[in-house]
Design a protein around this ligand. Structure first.
Ligand code: BES
Ligand code: MN
Ligand code: ZN
Length: 494
């Protein structure tokens, strides 16, 4: 996707389409934006206004012939003017670009960023539009024999002049990288579990490293055994697929600068193991590697944008399967940290692979560690698909992540992590069990992880509700690549 700027005079159009907004008036009347007036003068909207069907409602649009019947005008509803906020801006942008992606349009003029949006500057507005352009054009057909023609949209021109043009281009460049990172994460998530195996994730990490000159190391089962990753290997032992422990490094700052570490849960299929899951929607457990996918997607965005910081990605990847060699309820394993865990439910496997990865992160003396995991069904119950669950004892780190999420409109919601929630994690036979009672399930999972992050600046993102959509729109969302990339860009030296 190409992003450029052009003059604000849209009365003549050499592009295939222009996106124009209109607010809805309080009595169902339409109020055209300043840019729209330029086209109105040429009679483009006359018929539409006379019919009165289009009211400027947010999320609605019409596609009209352009000036002198050349090209298209996408007239998109912005809703009521005094309620036009960041969410409305994103929605209108997604509506317009989504509509264009199913036309023959290849180059489009975009004008919505000229509207004032509380809390969004020029760069933020073009960033959101660039991400939306990628999302509008995303298709997954790798595993279909008959491919639909893919969207033709390849170029977005923002109307902007002078310093505004620079800001707009800057934001679009970030949005372009984030959009590509999101698409990459979506595809990894959407791939079936017989293709997207631990070895496949390792291969993708190596490809990424080669393309962008990153360092990569993939530890195999033997190397993990030598390190004594007893917890990660316990989950892997029931599967015919070899486990892979992936470590990626991006060096954008002097070696002396402590890195940020991202840890992504990479269960390429979660059957539950011997504590087998019910059959309904079990296919969706191919998405249990979306934490890992978000780390790879973020690395792709960061490697393109080259901010001044050091970043390490750690992905423990394996399958959780039932078999004669699988872990059983009652088994006790020794983790890399030395702590022992009594496995009371083999379906609480995410925390078993993550604790070894979190312990491994200590060798990098990190400035901050953030893990990203489709960790608990309880988090889906608590927050649904709107916000990712954020857990951290560090107010500073939590605030940074919440703000990055808001800026990228990939939001998180802070959940509690009080010591009182630790009480259920007691075992008569090991240092701790891997589950407690059902109450506050997403919090006890985070408490379990907190036992391995003492002294680290650590946060945990539970993305069980946000990583994919169910139903007819079933598919990975690529979240939280937007949040993570924004968090890292904010942290980088300017
Ligand atoms: N990957 C699942 C969590 C999950 C479930 C995400 C449904 C999205 C939708 C995780 O490994 C799991 O099975 N967690 C258990 C934990 C329980 C056994 C304490 C859960 O949430 O049921
Ligand atoms: Mn599970
Ligand atoms: Zn899982």
């Amino acid at each position: 996707m190409k992003f450029i700027t052009r003059s604000s005079n849209i009365s003549k159009l050499s592009e295939d389409a222009v996106v124009i907004g209109a607010f809805s008036g309080h009595k169902g009347t339409l109020s055209l934006s300043a840019d729209a007036e330029q086209l109105h003068a040429q009679g483009v909207f006359a018929n539409t206004l006379a019919l009165g069907d289009f009211t400027g409602e947010l999320g609605k649009h019409v596609i009209l012939p352009g000036p002198k019947n050349k090209g298209r005008v996408v007239l998109v509803g912005l809703g009521v003017a005094d309620k036009f906020d960041a969410k409305a801006y994103k929605k209108a942008t997604q509506t317009a670009l989504g509509a264009l992606a199913s036309t023959q349009t290849s180059d489009v003029v975009f004008t919505l960023h000229k509207l004032a949006v509380p809390g969004l500057d020029n760069a933020a507005k073009s960033r959101i539009a660039a991400v939306a352009a990628h999302e509008a054009c995303y298709r997954f057909d790798l595993t279909k024999s008959k491919k639909e023609p893919s969207p033709k949209l390849t170029s977005i021109a923002f109307t902007a002049e002078g310093t505004a043009a620079k800001e707009v281009l800057n934001g679009a460049e970030q949005g372009n990288a984030v959009g590509e990172g999101i698409s990459f994460a979506k595809t990894l998530g959407n791939l079936p579990p017989n293709i997207c195996t631990p070895s496949y994730l390792a291969m993708e990490a190596k490809k990424l490293a080669k393309t962008y000159k990153l360092e990569v190391e993939v530890l195999d089962k033997k190397q993990c055994e030598a390190l004594k990753m007893g917890s990660f290997l316990a989950v892997a032992q029931g599967s015919a697929q070899a486990p892979k422990f992936i470590v990626l490094k991006y060096n954008g700052a002097p070696k002396t600068q402590a890195p940020v570490v991202l840890v992504g849960k990479g269960i390429t299929f979660d059957s539950g193991g011997i504590s087998l899951k019910p059959g309904e929607a079990m296919d969706e457990m191919k998405y249990d590697m979306c934490g890992a996918a978000s780390v790879l997607g973020t690395f792709r965005a960061i490697a393109q944008l080259k901010p001044k910081l050091n970043l390490i990605g750690i992905i423990p990847a394996c399958e959780n399967m039932p078999s004669g060699s699988a872990i059983k309820p009652g088994d006790i394993v020794t983790t890399l940290s030395g702590l022992t865990v009594e496995i009371l439910n083999t379906d609480a496997e995410g925390r078993l692979i993550l604790n070894d990865a979190l312990t491994y992160s200590r060798r990098f003396k990190p400035a901050a560690v953030v893990d990203i995991a489709t960790l608990t069904g309880a988090c889906v119950i608590a927050l649904g698909g709107v916000h990712s669950g954020l857990f951290s004892k560090s107010d500073a780190l939590a605030t940074e992540l919440l703000q990055a999420g808001a800026a990228a409109s990939d939001t998180a919601w802070r959940m509690p992590l009080d010591d009182e929630y630790q009480e259920g994690l007691k075992s008569n036979f090991a240092d701790m069990p891997n589950i407690a009672s059902r109450a506050a399930g997403s919090v006890t999972a985070a408490c379990f992880l907190s036992r391995y992050t003492e002294g680290l600046e650590w946060a945990h993102l539970d993305i069980a509700g946000t990583a994919w959509k169910q139903g007819t729109a079933k598919g990975a969302t690529g979240r939280p690549v937007g949040l993570l990339t924004q968090f890292l860009l904010n942290r980088a030296d300017k």
